[in-house]
Ligand binder design. Structure first.
Ligand SMILES: [Mn+2]
Length: 339
């Protein structure tokens, strides 16, 4: 590691007083986690663990951040008394990073951060207020397509269905292996959803062919993309502390390959990413270190996309505002599995 070390900064990089090219935004959000607890401490644990990650990326061919400026923001914690109030607060906190001038990487926190991130993403110059232009690529054990969980439509178990309801154009998901009947029906019935099940991609004999189809799907995406990595998409052995670890998941290298293939698609522009459901593991830092390694891989992939002209800063002509109190105004009746 070169250039010193600074606590509280991702990768321990010394903070440079210059406008950032990339920002790491920790979001300590945990209001609906159903099984495990500790998602609120995960982002900070990931930043701490990142100090042990090698800066050199073989694919990039140099050390992250490759001469660019990376800022790590202080950990955000919501203060609003209600869940939807916190979602609106989160939109306010992140919206500035969707100006198109920086690449934001969000660390969560439960997967419930996704709908507010998408609401903020609507203001990105490449999205231009029309979220249907935006595709979301999701790695996850869970489909996150429930209409509600325990009566809460903004539960982490509904992150993908609410993002579709907020208006994203298409959802591509892989690693999926734990889902309810209503989610299977929504996958079958909603043309905006393309799902690759772990049962197929991880099959000992035919998995390779299914995996190649997933990669080909990523290569065919066009336009702006948000990449959302729920770390429970990885096999539970790699992320035992995450809220709901599930066996039979993706290997580390499959996640790396997904990132490399997605970010090297010349017709797609990855405008933002998040790594979520990180929980601090006490006995060994394996869970948060795995998350930190993949977050670093995302930054390396962005830096290569930037160097090779697939990403360039947008000059912000007319700054758009997200609708304030968007989530607080949303009515429960607007959410249904067959919408
Ligand atoms: Mn999820």
């Amino acid at each position: 590691m070169s250039g010193g070390f600074e606590e509280g900064q991702f990768l321990g990089l010394l903070r440079v007083d210059a406008a950032p090219d990339m920002v790491v935004v920790p979001l300590a959000y945990e209001l609906t986690t159903s099984y495990g607890t500790g998602a609120a401490d995960g982002p900070e644990a990931c930043v701490v663990a990142s100090a042990q990650v090698e800066l050199y990326d073989d694919w990039l061919g140099e050390d992250v951040p490759a001469g660019k400026v990376l800022h790590t923001l202080p950990v955000w914690e919501g203060t609003a008394p209600t869940l939807r109030g916190q979602l609106d607060e989160m939109v306010d906190h992140v919206i500035g990073h969707y100006s198109g001038e920086v690449f934001p990487l969000f660390l969560g926190g439960e997967h419930g951060i996704l709908p507010p991130l998408m609401q903020a993403a609507s203001t990105h110059p490449l999205v231009g207020g029309d979220l249907s232009r935006l595709a979301v690529v999701q790695l996850d054990a869970h489909a996150d397509l429930r209409s509600e969980l325990d009566g809460e439509p903004f539960s982490h178990a509904c992150a993908a269905s609410r993002s579709l309801d907020v208006g994203i154009g298409h959802l591509y998901q892989a690693g999926i292996r734990a889902y309810a009947q209503e989610e299977a029906e929504r996958i079958d019935g909603d043309e905006r959803i393309t799902t690759f099940f772990a049962k197929h991609t991880q099959h000992p004999h035919t998995g390779g062919e299914a995996w190649k189809r997933w990669l080909a799907t990523l290569e065919a995406i066009e336009g702006p993309v948000h990449f959302t990595l729920d770390i429970d998409g990885l096999d539970g052995a790699l992320v035992p502390a995450t809220g709901t670890p599930v066996p039979g998941g993706l290997t580390y290298w499959q996640v790396v390959e997904t990132i490399e293939v997605l970010f090297s698609n010349p017709k797609a522009t990855v405008i933002s990413a998040d790594v979520n459901e990180i929980v601090a593991q006490a006995d060994t830092p394996l869970t948060q270190f795995t998350a930190a390694c993949l977050a670093t891989k995302i930054l390396a992939a962005h830096l290569l996309a930037r160097r090779e002209g697939r990403w360039f800063p947008q000059r912000n002509q007319s700054r758009r505002e997200a609708q304030s109190s968007y989530f607080q105004k949303f009515q429960g009746t607007e959410f249904s599995a067959d919408s």
